[in-house]
Write a protein that binds this ligand. Structure first.
Ligand code: NAD
Length: 365
């Protein structure tokens, strides 16, 4: 497919979808950008590696891994040349590798800041997984490093590129169902029996369900209302205190928005929940499930929704590559990741106070 055909295909795809950002923009170059995945755990193996076989604007150019056995597996599976395979000691040498334009940080949360900053210092654009970092100070250091290096930073918020969720964003943005009056959002799963996993360790994960799955509920509530929340109240519950002795198990929180709308949200590492419901003056829209990788379903007060199932990660990475090629702003920048960490801090402050209403001041996005 030549570039013109490709651009046309993208534009046609975009018009069939409810809401698009810069995804449909045409390209200023013919080059596909090279992506290096840092951390070859579950998400890289299961989703990002395969997604990079479907991308049009970028491709899997390299990997960074601390596990030598994975080097050959990935090289064989994806045809990655040896010179594009790094470990954590040789990581900074990526600066000299012109094949790699984007570094995608897919490590435990406590490592996001360091590996993003080092990527920026190597002159590479960065996608960092959610939650952006362990705290606000780290987020700001990451943003500063990227700004100083003149590289773009985005967060792995794949649902911004998913048609059902884009429909919810459109309802808020275009006011197609009248004034929104209430939102419910839940994102959680039942964690397996491995009590040694990093997601249960505070020094690696930061928070528990809140940072891992709660960010989806924070995000869902915000794009369903189309505003940032003004206040939050939050509560934490544990049914297996021994397992969740360092990190939260289940957290519920309620946002108040400037327009008066309330969003009732929940997240858990011990309960399955996966829904986004928006009530408005002239109808409602409900996605269930709304945040998994595929098989999303949705309906409105007028009937079922039928959007194509897409590869969310491929669209997310293609969009970021297009933003780099066209020098446009990603819809999911570092500022958005920082905002969500600020909100997590507000939720934690409310829990700490026994459920007091906490004002969410100076949100970054
Ligand atoms: P994982 O446990 O499957 O993989 C983590 C990787 O980091 C492994 O390859 C491991 O070897 C490596 N690692 C390096 N140092 C480590 C250490 N000290 N302890 C543990 N592992 C270490 O995790 P994952 O599910 O791939 O998650 C990685 C990141 O991606 C997390 O930030 C997570 O929140 C994010 N994630 C995002 C999505 C999404 O849908 N956007 C989905 C899954 C994970």
């Amino acid at each position: 497919m030549n570039r013109r055909d490709f651009t046309r295909t993208l534009a046609a795809g975009a018009s069939a979808l409810p809401f698009t950002h810069s995804f449909a923009s045409s390209f200023s170059q013919d080059k596909k950008l090279g992506v290096a995945l840092v951390g070859l755990g579950g998400y890289s193996q299961g989703q990002l590696g395969p997604a990079l076989q479907e991308t049009e604007n970028c491709y899997l150019a390299g990997v960074v891994t601390g596990t030598p056995e994975k080097e050959k597996v990935w090289a064989d599976k994806y045809g990655i040349p040896e010179k594009n395979i790094y470990n954590y000691e040789t990581y900074d040498q990526i600066a000299d590798n012109d094949d790699i334009d984007i570094i995608y940080v897919v490590l435990p949360n406590s490592m996001h800041a360091e590996y993003t900053i080092r990527a920026a210092e190597a002159g590479k654009h960065v996608i960092c997984e959610k939650p952006m970092a362990m705290n606000v100070a780290e987020c700001r250091q990451m943003m500063d490093a990227c700004e100083k290096a003149g590289v773009k930073l985005s967060i792995g918020y794949r649902l911004h590129f998913e048609p059902y969720n884009q429909k919810v964003m459109e309802v808020a943005k275009e006011n197609t169902m009248g004034k929104i009056n209430f939102v419910r959002c839940g994102a959680g799963y039942r964690m397996g029996d491995n009590w040694d996993q990093w997601r249960l360790q505070k020094d690696l994960a930061g928070t528990g369900a809140l940072g891992n799955m709660g960010v989806y509920a924070i995000q869902g509530a915000i794009y369903a209302v189309g505003e940032n929340p003004l206040y939050v109240r939050a509560q934490e519950f544990k049914t297996i205190p021994k397992k969740f002795d360092e990190t939260d198990e289940t957290v519920t929180f309620q946002f108040e928005f400037p327009s008066g709308v309330v969003a009732n949200c929940e997240t858990s590492h011990n309960a399955k929940m996966n829904y986004l419901y928006v009530s408005a003056e002239d109808g409602w829209i409900e996605l269930d499930p709304y945040s998994q990788y595929g098989g999303l379903k949705g309906k409105t007060s007028k009937g079922p929704l039928n959007f194509p199932q897409v590869n969310q990660q491929a669209r997310q990475m293609d969009d970021f590559a297009a933003c780099i090629l066209n020098n446009t702003q990603t819809p999911v920048p570092g500022e958005m990741g920082l905002r969500d960490v600020q909100i997590i801090d507000g939720i934690l402050a409310s829990i700490e106070s026994g459920g007091d209403k906490v004002k969410l001041d100076d949100l970054a996005f």
